[in-house]
Design a protein around this ligand. Structure first.
Ligand code: MF3
Ligand code: CO
Length: 265
């Protein structure tokens, strides 16, 4: 069997309803947080607001306590500022005008997950940064458009990558999107680039089927795609120090018309 033929289980109608419910909370958290993204707010304040919001709605923060390798992630949000790409940790740092800040949030409720990220501008931002945000958001939209029955994972990857690279930006290689459902991270991986020959086993070009839920999440660097991990063990940042943007939606494949489950704006 070719690695491209791995079959991904699809979700039942009941499972889809539960994924939808978690995704609704995720979307509402991001919308709620938008009102607090201002110069002077600390990222730990945003984290507390998000955790409270999620628990009030009956959900649990999906990232808090999540284990990757031997490390446990201790916060509700990942907040990644400027050249930070993803997995930035909330702390006493204050946001300042002109920064871009990616807020990533996951929720688990009734045993099912939702996951989404949005990159906000703090106050007025330079037009160069706004263009980066627009391009990343557009690449996500074009990737989602390919998430239909009969297509394959690389159709998503190709759409994202060409949108990003045609505008002179680069797609991060080390981190990818993912299936989602009863776990935060499920098969298949969803790269934002068409893998080279050597990586096609790691990223099989699996067929997309109605009932699959995917978290599609382009991470786009203004400069080169190379990244490093900070000494905190989590924060991934652009090696060249240039700004990076991250947008993510959980979507459901449903015939030819993907359903975005974490839409809020
Ligand atoms: N949305 C991020 C992802 O899909 C979530 C970070 S997971 C963490 O990888 F909990 F490890 F932070
Ligand atoms: Co994700």
């Amino acid at each position: 069997m070719s690695p491209n033929d791995v079959r991904i289980p699809t979700h039942s109608a009941d499972a889809v309803r539960k994924i939808e419910a978690s995704c609704r909370i995720v979307a509402d958290v991001l919308q709620h947080l938008e009102g607090y993204i201002k110069p002077g707010v600390t990222t730990i304040e945003l984290d507390a607001i998000a955790e409270d919001f999620i628990r009030t709605r009956g959900g649990e923060p999906a990232f808090k306590g999540y284990q990757v390798d031997r490390k446990i992630y201790p916060y509700t949000l990942c907040i990644s500022v400027e050249e930070e790409v993803v997995h930035g940790m909330p702390g006493q740092r204050e946001l300042s005008a002109g920064q871009i800040v990616s807020v990533d949030v996951g929720v688990c409720m009734d045993g099912y997950y939702g996951d989404s990220a949005y990159t906000f501008g703090v106050g007025e931002i330079l037009v160069e940064k706004q263009r980066l945000l627009d391009a990343t958001k557009e690449s996500l939209r074009l990737g989602i458009e390919q998430a239909k029955d009969g297509n394959r994972v690389y159709d998503i990857a190709r759409a994202v990558q060409s949108c990003v690279e045609n505008q002179g930006y680069s797609v991060v290689r080390e981190l990818v999107g993912h299936g989602i459902g009863q776990h935060l991270h499920e098969e298949p991986p969803v790269p934002n680039f068409v893998p080279g020959l050597l990586h096609r086993t790691r990223f099989p070009n699996v067929p997309l089927k109605s009932g699959m839920a995917l978290a599609i999440e382009p991470m786009v660097n203004m400069g080169m795609f190379h990244v490093h991990t900070a000494s905190d063990g989590w924060t991934v940042f652009a090696a060249d120090g240039k700004p990076s943007a991250h947008f993510e939606h959980t979507i459901l494949i449903d015939g030819a018309t993907p359903r975005i489950l974490t839409e809020w704006n």
